[in-house]
Design a protein. Structure first.
Length: 291
């Protein structure tokens, strides 16, 4: 079993710490899968600036292969944050510049490479939507993070992505349980094989068109935790790795018990992530004068 993160990478700049950290949804999922014992790789575009070089080094230091990724001229994207009561609070975003902002197309060689993985993960921030039909047809399971913005929950967007996704992750902390279940049902109705909603302190819900599984969150004292950066990514990874180890495939959907077990594993992974600095540590001093 192996996992490929295909898409975004970024620098997470914590202004209250004066520290930059490596991150990005697809990078994080690859790193977390490796930490859970699976082989993992990352495929994407790095900037040729200093932060891009540090990102590449940090990914490699986690045992995640990135040798099929490319380096392009341009600046690395930066998310600006601070920590408040243990929770990470987003303050702004600077997109990558130059050719770095252009997504990586799947050439026949890269498509064959991606198809060698058990699971390929991507996200709304990766610009990979056009690659999903060929990727899904090539054979690997595909997971996709829809984040929490409404622009990625329109019927048109769901219809574009869901038919090519085996696991859809939707962040639903701002929704009540009724609205959350309705959104999961919509994602599955529009083609997703399985939909997972994370709801922060309210737990998580999974739905596959037949079975619904729910699980409470595992909470940590805010005074003991580092921050909540990467907790949603960790939940998704723990959930997906549990399903993979249980034999999940397109022809073998998870049993109700497997869904419940996977939710528990996801909650454990998210809890453990609360005690990790930023997404996976490996920070370096932020540029002086940035706040």
């Amino acid at each position: 079993m192996n996992v490929l993160g295909f898409g975004d990478n970024t620098v997470d700049r914590f202004v209250d710490r004066g520290t930059d950290y490596p991150g990005g949804n697809c990078v994080n999922v690859a790193v977390y899968a490796r930490r859970l014992g699976l082989d993992a790789a990352y495929l994407g575009v790095f900037g040729d600036d200093g932060p891009g070089a540090r990102l590449r080094a940090a990914v490699a230091a986690q045992g995640v292969t990135a040798d099929r990724s490319v380096v392009r001229p341009g600046t690395t994207s930066v998310s600006t944050l601070r920590v408040k009561d243990g929770d990470r609070v987003f303050l702004g975003y600077e997109p990558g510049g130059g050719a770095v902002a252009e997504p990586l197309p799947l050439t026949p060689d890269l498509l064959a490479y991606a198809a060698s993985f058990s699971l390929v993960h991507s996200s709304v921030y990766s610009g990979t939507e056009a690659e999903l039909p060929a990727l899904a047809a090539a054979g690997p399971l595909v997971s996709f993070d829809f984040s929490d913005e409404e622009e990625f929950r329109t019927p048109a967007y769901l219809d574009r992505v869901c038919p090519h996704v085996d696991l859809a992750l939707l962040s639903c902390s701002h929704l009540d349980e009724t609205a959350t279940r309705a959104l999961l049902a919509e994602a599955v109705r529009r083609g997703a094989g399985l939909a997972l909603a994370t709801r922060g302190l309210h737990g998580a819900v999974a739905y596959d068109g037949r079975n619904t599984a729910v699980a409470p969150a595992r909470t940590a004292d805010s005074g003991a935790m580092s921050d909540t950066m990467g907790c949603g990514d960790a939940f998704l990874t723990g959930f997906a790795v549990s399903l993979l180890r249980g034999g999940w495939s397109r022809s073998v959907p998870p049993s109700p018990q497997a869904l419940r077990d996977a939710l528990r594993r996801g909650a454990e992974a998210a809890y453990d992530q609360c005690f990790v600095e930023a997404a996976f540590g490996c920070g370096w001093p932020a540029p002086a004068g940035r706040d």
